[in-house]
Design a protein. Structure first.
Length: 393
């Protein structure tokens, strides 16, 4: 991984190992959620999630409130990497961008092959990659995976996240309250003006960000998008007089401050609240339901076909260079890991089927099955592929 000698590395690059640890912890919390939902404690588990805390239930506070902080971090990483990181130049964006495009399009088309009518609304569920889970699997392989492939996977996942944010904004917004939307736009305008005027106080940005969240929630647009909008207004300018350069940047400081709570608290809590599928009480036909099969096939087949296929075509046509020291089998292994769509896939499933508990359960079943087998196959392929000759560049 190439880091600048003159600048403090971005949180994405510096905390790849931390992301791997967070991924392993996330796996544990998902397993606990499954155990709770299929144990005598299942009723109590559901009861706690539906407890009212003020205007929202506990589950809503996690999914709409805490996950806005997750999306804030996603937005910060997107901005940082696009302006001053692994996606800061066209040459660096080409391969992960093409791979991400294939990794979103092919799973969506495969989902459509199984679903029509109302269930087709779940087409975006298998379109995203869970970077924490994927890096957690890679961490188990140690030096068998070249650093260039870790960077490729991280860049691809960030572009995936950007695509997911756009999809949520365009396709999963039901009704709009124009007065609240106008209020949110006004607050966003103030935040942009603060950025242009050189305001660097994070407390001011976060206070207005809370107002933006409330207005966005009331407007009908999913409140988590307020986190992304806020992130794009946080300054990341470099103070030349500061000895550490961009270490003084508000974006840099906030990004680093959020990594631990997001990775080890917010996302695991989201998994604990949403990965609990009552598998034992589901009807047998749920295993072969169109939503279950569409999601599982999209993740397990569509993701690696899209990511690996589009990547190899781009390299063959000379549009991009392959990751250094990486062979085709290793590229396939990473493409399989992209089928781990856990966090964002669960989130989109809740938006796609907001009032259909049965369809949510089928989608979650497909996510868990597709992600599990993608992780196992990706791990197996990467474990045997480390001595392969690299792809010609």
């Amino acid at each position: 991984m190439v880091l600048s000698r003159l600048k403090t590395p971005s949180a994405l690059r510096q905390f790849l190992d931390g992301q791997s640890s967070a991924g392993l912890f996330l796996m544990a919390m998902a397993a606990i959620a499954l155990l709770l939902a299929n144990s005598p404690l299942a009723h109590g588990y559901e009861h706690v999630l539906h407890l009212s805390l003020g205007p929202l239930s506990l589950a809503h506070w996690i999914n709409d409130g805490l996950m806005a902080i997750f999306f804030l971090l996603v937005g910060l990483e997107i901005k940082r990497e696009m302006l001053d990181g692994q996606l800061s130049s066209w040459s660096r964006r080409v391969l992960p961008g093409i791979a991400a495009l294939g990794g979103m399009a092919v799973p969506a088309l495969l989902f459509y092959a199984f679903n029509t009518g109302d269930t087709a609304k779940g087409w975006a569920i298998p379109a995203a990659t869970d970077i924490a889970f994927a890096l957690g699997v890679i961490s188990l392989l140690g030096k068998r995976v070249p650093a260039s492939l870790r960077v490729f996977l991280a860049a691809l996942a960030i572009i995936d996240d950007l695509g997911a944010v756009i999809i949520i904004a365009l396709f999963y917004t039901a009704s709009i309250s124009l007065p609240d939307l106008a209020g949110a736009a006004l607050v966003l305008g103030v935040l942009i003006a603060m950025n242009r005027m050189g305001v660097r106080s994070l407390s001011l940005y976060m206070a207005l960000g809370a107002v933006l969240w409330v207005l966005t929630y009331r407007s009908g647009i999913h409140a988590t998008l307020a986190g992304v909008a806020l992130a794009l207004t946080i300054p990341m300018d470099v103070t030349p007089s500061h000895p550490d350069g961009d270490a003084a940047s508000p974006l840099h400081r906030l990004e680093h401050a959020l990594h631990v709570p997001v990775g080890f608290l917010i996302v695991p809590l989201f998994a604990l609240a949403n990965a609990g599928v009552p598998v034992l009480s589901l009807p047998a036909e749920a295993l072969t339901a169109p939503v279950t099969l569409g999601v599982a096939a999209g993740l397990l087949i569509g993701k690696p076909v899209g990511v690996f296929g589009f990547s190899m075509i781009a390299v063959r046509l000379g549009l991009a260079d392959a990751p250094a020291h990486a062979g085709r089998l290793q590229m396939l292994g990473v493409a399989l890991l992209c089928g781990i769509g856990f966090t964002m896939s669960l989130f989109i499933a809740l938006l796609a089927f907001p009032d259909a508990a049965a369809l949510q359960s089928e989608a979650k079943l497909g996510i868990l099955a597709g992600s599990l087998f993608s992780g196992l196959l990706g791990y197996g392929v990467l474990r045997i592929a480390h001595r392969e000759a690299p792809v010609p560049r």
